[in-house]
Unconditional design. Structure first.
Length: 232
């Protein structure tokens, strides 16, 4: 039917779970999905931005409105720390340390401290001093980032602003909020960062997950060599 292998695999997994459940309840005499095998799915390298594209994207929010100031702070912090979008929108004001330039990031019962640089610090200070109170409209909230109604930012809301600024920057890649996380990690590896440190900042429990960015960097180096070397 022209469906992708990922879709086929997901449908097979659903059917297997359903018939396993029905067999356990003795609603069927046998599980017809036992002999069905899911197709092999080739893992594709995630979409990433070049360093130039990241700079272009981060320059898109203006400084004229509270929303633009907030958007600038969110994008700068996301790229500066590589945190997940769910972690970004759940940040509280007290999770930020603007004196030491680090953020306390929480995922379930796990916590990690992630440093960030001067660009993110400047964007956050401007947001906290000039924008957040205007967005809150006299209401109160522990959330660091709020929407134009003073409510906590949602994943959908952040996804929309990413798409908006991607279009404005004339970047043709299919960018998602997770793209900045992948770009953060790859750019650190490209610039010689210790893999264990990258693992800690990303919050990966297994370093084999972080190893993906080393492989991506190696492939990019090979591509550059093949294009640039006269006998490549």
């Amino acid at each position: 039917q022209g469906l992708s292998t990922a879709t086929v695999s997901r449908n097979i997994a659903s059917m297997k779970a359903f018939f396993h459940y029905m067999f356990g309840l003795h609603k069927v005499e046998k599980d017809p999905t036992e002999v069905i095998k899911a197709p092999h799915i080739d893992k594709k390298a995630p979409e990433v931005l070049t360093m130039e594209e990241v700079v272009l994207l981060l320059e898109q929010p203006g400084r004229a409105t509270p929303k633009e100031i907030r958007d600038k702070a969110m994008l700068e912090l996301l790229y500066a720390t590589g945190m997940r979008v769910s972690e970004l929108i759940s940040l509280r004001v007290q999770d930020m340390n603007l004196n030491m330039d680090y953020v306390l990031c929480k995922e379930g019962d796990k916590e990690r401290f992630i440093p960030f640089g001067k660009a993110a610090e400047a964007a956050l200070k401007k947001y906290l001093s000039e924008s957040r109170a205007a967005l809150l409209k006299d209401s109160e909230s522990e959330c660091l980032f709020v929407n134009c109604s003073g409510k906590p930012m949602s994943r959908q809301g952040f996804w929309k602003l990413i798409k908006q600024y991607t279009t404005k920057a004339n970047i043709t890649k299919d960018i998602t909020p997770h793209t900045l996380r992948h770009s953060f990690a790859l750019h650190l590896v490209q610039n010689g960062a210790d893999l264990r440190a990258v693992q800690e900042m990303l919050g990966h429990s297994d370093i084999s997950t972080t190893q993906m960015y080393v492989n991506m960097n190696a492939n990019r180096v090979k591509e550059v060599y093949a294009k640039a070397h006269p006998r490549g």
